[in-house]
Structures are given as C-alpha cells and as structure tokens.
Design a binder for this molecule. Structure first.
Ligand code: PAF
Length: 328
C-alpha cells in the first residue's frame, strides 16, 4: 500500500513512520521545512515513550509531486483541512481513499464535499507527540486510536487499517459509530484543552487541581447537552469521568491547544468549543463556561493573529461606547 501523509507534523510523522515498517508498504511524508529537509538529510528520529528509532523515509514539501497513492492520511490542524485536502485532490481523483486523523468536528463532511468523494475515513487519537526539533518527534502519550467511516463502502478499509496499525504496535480499534467516537473525543478536548491552554498547565497538573477539575466538569456537561440535542450516541456512559480520566492518563501531555499557544500558532478552539457554542445556539442551549473559555483563548490568539486583532479592536470600540452610555 502506498500511503501519503499530508500535514506531517508530530502526529502525522509518528503514524507514517510506524506504518512504514509494514511489508509492502511505502510511506511518503508531506510537510513543511525545516522538518522535511531534516528528514531528507538525517531520517526521522522518534524518541520518548515509544523508544528511540530512526526511520529512513521519503519526505517532500508538495503532494502535487506525487502521482499516485492508495491512501492519503491527513493530519493537519482542523483549520488547514480544506487546503491540505485540496492539495491531495489529484490522488483521491486517481483512486486514493483519505483518512483524517484530527481533533474537532465537521471535517469529514467538508472533505467529502470539497473532493466530491465518499472515500473518507476518520480517526481520533489519544497519542501524544511533540515536534521537538526539525526531524525529531517525541512521543509523550500512548492512547487509543479509533477508526471508522460515515460511509459504509469504506468499512473493509477501516478493518484493514485497524489491523495494519495493530501490527505496528498502536492501540487501535474500529468503530461503526464514528460520529459518537468523534463527539466523545471532542468532549474530552472541550474539557481539557482550553483549561490547560489558559493556565499553561500539563494535563496532569490540571487534573490534580480541584477548581480546574470543576471547570472541566462544567465544560463537558454543557457540550453533552448539545450531543443530546443532536441525538448522537456517545461511546461512554459517563463523559465527565471519561474526560477527567483522560487528563489523568495523559498527565505528562502538554495539550495541543497549549502547544499551539506556546508556538504562537492558531488554536483549534473554533472546531472544538466554538462548534459546541454554535450548535448550542441553534438548540437554545446555554453554554456560559464554554463561552468564557472561548473568549479567553481567542484573546490570547489575538496577540499574534491579524484576524483576532481586528476582533479585539472592534470589541474595544464597543466597550468604549458602552462605558460612555452608562456614564452619560
Ligand atoms: O488535544 C490533545 O492534546 C489530546 O487530544 C488530549 C487527549 C487532550 C491529550 O492531551
């Protein structure tokens, strides 16, 4: 099987590297410099909880340089999904299926529509990884990967990929309720990610703090109301316990939203908490805690994002007008 990993950051490089160990499997990583040039010169180095490894892998900057593949694995941030998927459209048009391993909601529909295909698979991951230096990935957490598809025609491939990932050592299972899987994971992200991002604490530090645990409970409970309104069946009976359990189990992780803020990058808050708030409004559900953490994360992002800056400036004007009206 020829696999192209588009958006080969830490997580994409990790999956690509281990899958390349399979017999009759070729993996090409597509990513950005300096990560790609470091892999081209010295191979991809993986260290951390999965041990020390060096993988000699093909790496390139543009998917357009590849003419054919059987599978595209897309591991970009949610806000880059469309651009990344479009860069691999020629591969999908020539028969490749596309597997999205991402956080957040709504990306399968987006890709299926944009590429005009139903060969779209989805996975959630609780693997933790950091790109320490160019060409080096540190595995920090080893959790479950769940794969499925909304489109029954892909069930056979779902099972095949599950077996392939198992063979190279991932903890993986297939699911015929991928919507429930994605929502269950999103509830975890709604709880842990903004709290870690706003406090600068690791998942374990957040878990050990009683007040922060209370905030996670409120955030997850608000999102659960939306899930109930949508009629989605979660894969856990106790989402609050599940979110807190994940924080404890991934205690050493610096969650992805905090990693993004530290790196001065855009966060995925819009596809996580933002999407919950948007859907809650449609159903008339109140989400005060989610709205508060959303506003705070957006404010932190606005330090380095132009779009955010504009939002903040507009808000300041509105506040000035408000203060004037009150004191008049
Ligand atoms: O986004 C993340 O960091 C991860 O999904 C999780 C499970 C919260 C662990 O850090």
């Amino acid at each position: 099987m020829k696999i192209v990993v588009v958006g080969s950051g830490a997580i994409g490089s990790l999956y690509g590297a281990f899958l390349s160990r399979l017999k009759d499997t070729e993996v090409i990583l597509v990513g950005r410099n300096p990560h790609v040039s470091a892999i081209q010169s010295n191979g991809l180095k993986i260290n951390g909880i999965l041990g020390e490894h060096v993988f000699k892998l093909k790496a390139m900057k543009l998917a357009s340089e590849i003419d054919k593949a059987d599978l595209v694995i897309l591991t970009t941030k949610t806000y880059d999904t469309l651009t990344a998927a479009q860069s691999a459209k020629h591969l999908v048009d020539r028969g490749a299926s596309i597997l999205l391993i991402q956080n957040g909601l709504g990306t399968e529909e987006l890709v299926a529509k944009a590429l005009n295909t139903t060969k779209v698979l989805r996975a959630t991951t609780c693997m933790g990884a950091l790109r320490t230096t160019p060409g080096v990935v540190t595995a920090t957490g080893c959790g479950l990967t769940e794969i499925g598809s909304r489109y029954p025609e892909n069930y056979e491939l779902v099972e095949q990929l599950t077996e392939m990932m198992k063979e190279v050592g991932f903890d993986v299972r297939s699911s015929d309720n991928i919507e429930g899987v994605v929502w269950t994971k999103t509830l975890v992200n709604c709880g842990i990610n903004p709290v870690g991002a706003l406090t600068g604490l690791s998942n374990g530090e957040v878990y050990r703090n009683k007040a922060l645990r209370g905030l996670i409970v409120r955030l997850v409970e608000e999102a659960v109301k939306v899930v109930k309104a949508l009629g989605v069946e979660l894969t856990t009976d106790d989402p609050v316990r599940y979110a807190l359990g994940t924080a404890k189990a991934t205690g050493n992780n610096i969650n992805s939203m905090l990693q993004d803020l530290r790196a001065g990058k855009r966060t995925e808050i819009d596809a996580i908490t933002g999407e919950v708030i948007r859907l809650a409004k449609i159903y008339g559900i109140e989400t005060p805690s989610s709205e508060a953490v959303y506003a705070l994360v957006k404010a932190l992002e606005s330090k380095y994002l132009e779009e955010g800056k504009k939002m903040t400036e507009m808000d300041i004007l509105a506040i000035d007008e408000l203060v004037e009206a009150i004191t008049r």
